[in-house]
Write a protein that binds this ligand. Structure first.
Ligand code: PGA
Length: 245
């Protein structure tokens, strides 16, 4: 089994002082790849420590440079030492008007700059209840594939994040997550991208991570709330070590 990837998504949280404490209490572990995706202004702070923890951002501009006030390019993120960038998080889709095509362009921008996009896909509760999980996730994946192509897609990471599980304390059950991961894996294999890692995100906590990470096809997690508490985040990372390699 390959080494798992655990990514913290700090969202709109932090301050220089709070980050200092959090970054000082997390660290790399043998047997798991750990990354933190921090708000733009704190990238430099997070880049300086801790060693072995990969750095990422939470979104990126689809544009490279020019008259796009307020935007941050993938090249800038690479310049600051980022390895990862989250694209298409459901909060970006729902609150900031990012559609499937834009998510594809953002993933392409990340790949062009040598970053690894963590492409988020997932259905709402209404879509799940209507039996449309596969259709929605398939549409989101197809849109990215259409822009980046299969070869570049193979350099990305997918995060399955059911919208109803994000920040709600109600994670998908192992069976629910595993079923969608299996579908995503089938789709990836069909594109010749079978080696792409597929993370699960949505209310992953220290007490449910072990069961989720042990499930076949789940290569790690994208962690929101629990990534802000050093002990919780590190305990999730240790769980990933135990269920990896
Ligand atoms: P959560 O968030 O762990 O707080 O549910 C996950 C995410 O939004 O990436």
């Amino acid at each position: 089994m390959a080494q798992k990837l655990v990514v913290g998504n700090w969202k709109l949280n932090g301050s220089l002082a709070a980050n200092e404490a959090l970054l000082g209490a997390i660290g790399a572990l043998d047997g798991v790849e750990v990354a933190v995706c921090v708000p733009f202004p704190y990238l430099a702070q997070a880049a300086s420590r801790p060693r072995g923890v990969a750095l990422g951002a939470q979104t990126v501009s689809e544009f490279q440079s020019g008259a796009y006030t307020g935007e941050v390019s993938a090249e800038m993120l690479a310049d600051l030492g980022c390895r990862y960038v989250i694209v298409g998080h459901s909060e970006r889709r729902a609150l900031f008007g990012e559609d499937d095509a834009m998510v594809g362009r953002k993933a392409a921008a990340a790949l062009r700059a040598g970053l690894t996009p963590i492409v988020c896909v997932g259905e709402s509760l209404a879509e799940r209840e209507a039996g449309r999980v596969l259709e929605v996730v398939g549409r989101q994946l197809d849109a990215v594939l259409a822009v980046v192509g299969a070869q570049a897609l193979a350099r990305g990471v997918i995060a399955y994040e059911p919208v109803w599980a994000i920040g709600t304390g109600r994670a998908a059950s192992v069976d629910e997550a595993q079923a969608v991961h299996a579908d995503i894996r089938r789709w990836l294999a069909g594109q010749g991208a079978a080696t792409v890692r597929v993370l699960y995100g949505g209310s992953v906590k220290a007490d449910n991570a072990a069961a989720l990470f042990a499930a076949p096809g789940i290569d790690g997690g994208l962690i929101g709330g629990a990534s802000l508490v050093a002990n919780d985040f590190m305990s999730i990372c240790r769980t990933a070590v135990a269920s990896g390699a």
